[in-house]
Design a protein. Structure first.
Length: 175
């Protein structure tokens, strides 16, 4: 971050001054933007009745690009798998495992440890079931569910809904 007492670099180049002025970490700004957006939408999202699992939906990498805008790197499939886990919900340990799986998948797909870690930090900070947003842990269930172990019946229902979703040849965000 910029030291308020620092002076701009001396030199003839305006580019050096611009780099100095805008040398702000991008990941914290992205995370802050996601949290602010989530807070703004807090009261706009309708929620399901208790015990009702909505049909599966995915927007790819919620509030994050699905692939690189510069390189051929693509991590959208990682986000789709992560969305399946987040839609299903479950325990706090299952959420941590899903978030680590996302990080590992992004690292495997891109070889970019900083990108993988930034996405991991973003989902750890913004995906809590205590936030009222569309990308929270357990978003397929009512907001009040939070962290809760799925029963055998709920697991079977989730599996049936996923099979129905993919059987309809949906337009996926990664295509």
């Amino acid at each position: 971050m910029i030291d308020p007492g620092a002076t701009p670099p001396k030199g003839d180049s305006k580019l050096d001054v611009r780099r100095w002025m805008f040398d702000v970490p991008k990941v914290p700004l992205l995370i802050l933007s996601a949290l602010v957006l989530g807070a703004l939408l807090y009261h706009l999202i309708p929620f399901k009745a208790d015990g009702e699992l909505s049909d599966f939906t995915s927007d790819g990498c919620s509030l994050f690009p699905d692939s690189s805008l510069i390189h051929a790197d693509d991590w959208c499939e990682c986000c789709l798998e992560h969305d399946i886990a987040y839609w299903r919900g479950g325990t706090e340990a299952e959420r941590l495992a899903a978030d680590k799986a996302l990080r590992d998948c992004v690292l495997q797909q891109t070889g970019d440890a900083q990108l993988a870690e930034a996405m991991y930090i973003g989902v750890r900070m913004g995906g809590s079931p205590y936030f009222k947003n569309w990308y929270r842990w357990g978003y397929g269930w009512n907001y009040a569910r939070k962290y809760q172990t799925l029963t055998k019946e709920e697991k079977a229902l989730a599996e049936a809904k996923l099979q129905a979703f993919f059987a309809n040849d949906p337009a996926l965000p990664c295509e």
